[in-house]
Design a protein around this ligand. Structure first.
Ligand SMILES: Cc1cc2nc3c(=O)[nH]c(=O)nc-3n(C[C@H](O)[C@H](O)[C@H](O)COP(=O)(O)OP(=O)(O)OC[C@H]3O[C@@H](n4cnc5c(N)ncnc54)[C@H](O)[C@@H]3O)c2cc1C
Length: 332
């Protein structure tokens, strides 16, 4: 195969690949002049090359398609379904013949005539009312050229590679995000008044979830706690949007608790002074006869459920031991 032919095959295939999207778009909207021009340029180029490469079959097909498209461009023909289908069938055929050229194969010649005949004005459009059925360009009884109603899309292999690489990147990014959320303990720590944004510890990447929009302790909690709920909500949303700009669009509803304002609780948790630990705490941990004190504040794990459970267990053991001792005394 000479160099010119090799170049022609490579260029035709490349253009067909690049044109795949244009072809699909033109099929969906035959009035689209930009797509029409792109397809016209393609058949025009193929026709021109076939002249000096001595490829009469390809030349005839591309010439016929070029003439037909020229009429559409000049406005003398309307690109109806039959015309679009016929042009696309010729482009398919150009692709097949190009492949055959490279493989040094021969395709049946007769079908070319039917494809060209299908370009004629008034030629019946292929049936498209039954999507399950195969539509045929009825070019000759008993010898139809078949094209499915839902056209296949030609995509350059390189584009597919890029798509697959993109999908892989997205999966990796998603996993990395998930890992980062876990690794960071599900918190964004800030130097803003809101202090932290705390994320759910399960259901990552779900559509909806509940987050802690601000978390304050000490004097800051006192200041924010003195505000109304709607003011607290505004602070959380305004400052949180610095990290999560989608807040204004995605936020639905909120509630807030200022623990030091809750009657009978008056704080998130207790705290002991060093002296208190030696005196009051030591006395309360022991209890007084049938009186026991339990809770995280009765441990060194204040503010943690762990402390509450530890204390509960310790008190339950103390009650059990006392009851067992009283029973022994009563029996003896
Ligand atoms: C904002 C905040 C965040 C926290 N985050 C975490 C966390 O991430 N992880 C963690 O491990 N711990 C956390 N804790 C701590 C944890 O909630 C507590 O350590 C735990 O709930 C204490 O359990 P408890 O049974 O000792 O007391 P509580 O859960 O406080 O139970 C005491 C109960 O007694 C009731 N009560 C009080 N007075 C009376 C009365 N006179 N008569 C009848 N009932 C009464 C109260 O209504 C309450 O239901 C957090 C606490 C707060 C406030």
């Amino acid at each position: 195969m000479d160099d010119l032919l090799t170049d022609f095959i490579a260029e035709t295939r490349e253009t067909l690949e690049a044109l795949a999207g244009e072809i699909v778009a033109w099929e969906a909207d035959p009035a689209d002049k930009t797509r029409l021009d792109a397809i016209f340029r393609f058949v025009h180029t193929v026709k021109g090359s076939c002249g000096f490469l001595d490829l009469p079959r390809l030349g005839k097909l591309s010439h016929a398609a070029e003439d037909c498209l020229a009429e559409v461009r000049s406005g003398t023909r309307t690109p109806d379904a039959a015309l679009v289908s016929a042009v696309l069938a010729i482009i398919d055929r150009i692709g097949e013949l190009t492949d055959a050229l490279e493989a040094n194969e021969t395709l049946p010649e007769g079908e070319d005539e039917f494809l060209v005949a299908a370009l004629a004005p008034g030629h019946a459009a292929p049936a498209a009312d039954n999507p399950a059925a195969i539509s045929k360009i009825s070019v000759m009884p008993g010898n139809p050229v078949t094209r499915t109603v839902s056209r296949s899309i030609r995509l350059p292999v390189e584009l597919l590679d890029r798509m697959m690489a993109g999908v892989s990147d997205m999966v990796l990014a998603r996993n990395e995000l998930s890992r980062l959320l876990r690794a960071s303990g599900g918190n964004s720590t800030t130097d803003l008044d809101i202090s932290q944004v705390i994320y759910p510890s399960s259901g990552y990447l779900s559509k909806k979830g509940m987050i802690v929009g601000y978390y304050q302790i000490g004097a800051e909690a006192g200041v924010t706690g003195a505000r109304s709920h709607s003011e607290r909500e505004t602070i959380a949303l305004t400052q949180g949007a610095v990290i999560h700009p989608q807040y204004p669009q995605e936020f639905e509803t909120s509630f807030s608790v200022s623990w030091h304002r809750v009657p009978w609780t008056r704080g998130g948790w207790a705290s002991w002074s060093a002296d208190g630990r030696k005196t009051t705490y030591a006395a309360m941990v022991k209890g007084d006869r049938r009186m026991y004190f339990a809770g995280d504040h009765m441990t060194y794990l204040i503010g943690w459920m762990n402390g509450a459970l530890e204390s509960d267990r310790s008190v339950a053991s103390a009650i059990h031991a006392r009851a067992a001792q009283e029973r022994t005394v009563a029996v003896s």
